[in-house]
Design a protein around this ligand. Structure first.
Ligand code: NAD
Length: 372
């Protein structure tokens, strides 16, 4: 389960400056090469799947990381290669196709493979990366079933490599602040959480909206992971049971998948949560209700800057790149051999919850959640 760093809050000046990512992951003891001088000791990351997220967010974030750098690409689209080579200075030897990616076993420049493909391809590529002896970052959702998540964890364990799930918000100061306010009961005991993450995408042609075999489900598998994660980490506890409802208001779209889903969870200590994920409307918020106060995020789940409040006041200002912090944290976990915060267990627990949410929506019953 997500654990928060209390020292972060007592030293808030750190997250107001541009060293926020480094401050969040703890810098001591690791020799870190500067980009402009000396040998580069940063760990090498190969991005696998050069789609929207890799191109728009992860590649650019790797230009700012201190403990890792882009060292390779693995792609099925040769037409994308020249642009990536030019932008990131990658030589031909650092470019792999899906067919020949197993050769990275012999590439000492690559330490980490970051899997950024459609959801149902996370397992096979993570297994190949682990078998090649590379540490793995896997995008969310971890996979499309809890069984496949367990297979991924087993593959990484067998190969002796670390696994991180791409939960960028577990490395975000505003989300840390929500946890602190709840767990320290700054405004009294936590009672309820309301949250939604939705956009209008139902007419889209991407695999998310058209191919259940790749997506594993509709917005629950994609956007819904964020409110689900937030309710779990703000509670610092696992949900006991769930009820859920779903609707498809565009009958010829989202074949075999939900268009909108709403779920309610019971947590220990009588905390109730209510969340929505939809491809038919726009929303992006988190509201936390405590006995004596209300705090939350009015821009909760996008790449930032996020926006938030505590009662009537705005949250502190900060300058922070979520993906940079996430990847640097993983690189430090490898360099120092420390536990990964957003690990495979975290990814698995979300998928166990998603399976329970789908069952509750399908049966109309309250479903108990068994983390196993
Ligand atoms: P995308 O469709 O833009 O990119 C997917 C990539 O996978 C493409 O490069 C595509 O060529 C490749 N691919 C390989 N095999 C494929 C196949 N059989 N069919 C289709 N594409 C194939 O998707 P995306 O938005 O980049 O999402 C990729 C993953 O990243 C998903 O798991 C998604 O949930 C996750 N994601 C995470 C975040 C985040 O904030 N953490 C944001 C966006 C996406």
């Amino acid at each position: 389960m997500f654990t928060m760093s209390h020292s972060l809050y007592s030293r808030r000046r750190f997250i107001k400056n541009s060293s926020a990512a480094a401050a969040m992951v703890g810098l001591t003891g690791i020799a870190c090469a500067n980009q402009s001088s000396g040998p580069d000791h940063r760990l090498g990351v190969a991005l696998l799947g050069l789609g929207g997220y890799a191109t728009g967010q992860l590649g650019p974030a790797l230009l700012h990381t201190k403990y890792c750098r882009l060292a390779g690409i693995i792609t099925g689209s040769p037409d994308k290669v020249p642009e990536w080579q030019e932008k990131y200075g990658l030589s031909d030897k650092s470019v792999y196709s899906y067919d020949d990616m197993d050769r990275i076993a012999d590439d000492d420049d690559i330490d980490i493979v970051y899997v950024v493909t459609p959801n149902a391809l996370h397992l096979p590529y993570a297994e190949r990366a682990a078998a090649a002896g590379k540490h793995v970052i896997c995008e969310k959702p971890m996979e499309i079933s809890s069984e496949r998540c367990r297979q991924m964890m087993a593959a990484c364990e067998r190969a002796g490599v670390k696994l991180q799930i791409g939960y960028r918000l577990q490395y975000d100061p505003y989300h840390h602040e929500m946890i602190r306010l709840a767990q320290e009961e700054v405004h009294g005991k936590l009672k309820q959480i309301h949250s939604a993450f939705s956009f209008f995408g139902v007419h889209g042609s991407n695999w998310r909206f058209t191919d259940r075999s790749l997506a594993g489900g509709g917005p629950m598998m994609d956007l819904g992971v964020y409110p689900l994660q937030a309710t779990r980490y703000i509670n610092q506890a696992e949900p006991l049971s769930v009820t859920a409802q779903q609707i498809n208001s565009y009958p010829d779209r989202m074949d075999g998948m939900e268009e909108t889903i709403m779920w309610q969870m019971r947590f220990p200590n009588d905390v109730l949560t209510h969340s929505i994920a939809s491809y038919a409307a726009r929303d992006n918020y988190l509201t936390v209700n405590a006995e004596k106060g209300r705090y939350g995020l009015t821009t909760a789940y996008t790449y930032g800057p996020l926006a938030g409040y505590v009662n009537g006041d705005d949250l502190f200002a900060y300058d922070h790149r979520q993906q940079t912090a996430q990847m640097d944290a993983f690189a430090l976990n490898i360099l120092k051999d420390t536990p990964v915060k957003a690990d495979g267990q975290e990814g698995l627990r979300d998928v166990i919850c998603i399976e329970a949410i789908y069952e509750a929506a399908r049966t109309g019953r309250e479903v108990k959640i068994d983390m196993g």
